[in-house]
Write a protein that binds this ligand. Structure first.
Ligand code: SLL
Length: 257
């Protein structure tokens, strides 16, 4: 072994590189007329589940470090394990039901990174879950006109027409009820902790640049502009909370008097 490869196989201590990633699904209702011989009558939706890059270079960036993505569908699907070895890392299918899709991201050889394993709930319908919040009298607040789910810890509420809503855990849910379109997106980051020098140099070194503006919001709604807008909203919210704390603090002092 040459001294070069000994160095190549060293990890870079204390370095963490993060790469942005977007995953989720789009779905649209299938008109009955569209259900041809190839599409069974009971299949009500056409959907695509994907892992993609929100950066300017898009999936070209992803292939630097992602070798393949494995989507495990519900067992009602034939060949339910779908391995995608080149971009776009996606699976398009038709079906009738929502289910958890298991997604595994496998990294390029030489990275020595463990497989990332997670789940995405395939969304076909314009509904989302909100956690039940206890009201002052201790009874759970189920919202109006809402159905309770079995565990009674979440309430299912219809999402508003044509809206972008942040549902639970940062899910970006986009709905166009008239057209029967639903989009459920998650933005996340893959963190490479103490990467190998060679892998870092060949596969991770190029910066991952988010697009500047929202012009391509239809394809992927994550951009530096939106990030800045969100930071501003957070600043406003923080200020408001601080103001309220001060007010309550004053009230408390007055009451004590
Ligand atoms: C449900 N627990 O009952 C879920 C299961 C399964 C979805 C959903 C079938 C596709 C096919 C399909 O859409 N499965 O027949 O090829 O809602």
């Amino acid at each position: 072994m040459s001294s070069d490869s000994v160095i190549d196989n060293k990890r870079i201590k204390k370095l963490a590189i993060s790469k942005p990633i977007v995953y989720g699904n789009t779905a649209k209702k299938l008109e009955e007329s569209a259900r041809t011989d190839y599409i069974p009558k009971e299949h009500t939706h056409l959907w695509t589940v994907f892992v993609k890059s929100p950066t300017i270079n898009g999936d070209q960036d992803l292939t630097k470090y992602i070798k393949k993505v494995i989507f495990k569908l519900h067992e009602t699907y034939p060949n339910s394990i779908r391995t995608i070895e080149q971009p776009p890392f996606e699976v398009t299918e038709t079906g009738w039901g929502e289910f958890e899709i298991n997604i595994k991201i496998v990294f390029q050889d030489g990275s020595n990174e463990k497989i990332i394993n997670f789940y995405h709930l395939l969304r076909l319908h314009p509904y989302y879950m909100i956690p039940n919040v206890s009201t002052d009298n201790g009874t759970p607040n189920n919202g109006t006109n809402a159905n309770k789910d079995i565990k009674n810890t979440h309430t299912i509420v219809p999402a508003f027409k044509k809206q972008n809503v942040i549902a639970k855990d940062g899910e970006k849910l986009k709905i166009d009820e008239d057209k029967g379109h639903v989009q459920s997106l998650f933005f996340d980051e893959i963190v490479f902790n103490e990467p190998y020098i060679k892998f870092f140099q060949h596969n991770l070194l190029a910066p991952s640049i988010l697009p500047n503006n929202k012009t391509d919001a239809k394809i992927q709604p994550f951009s530096r502009q939106l990030e800045l807008e969100e930071i501003k909203r957070l600043d406003v919210a923080t200020e408001e909370v601080e103001k309220q704390i001060k007010e309550y603090h004053q009230k408390l002092i007055d009451l004590q008097k």
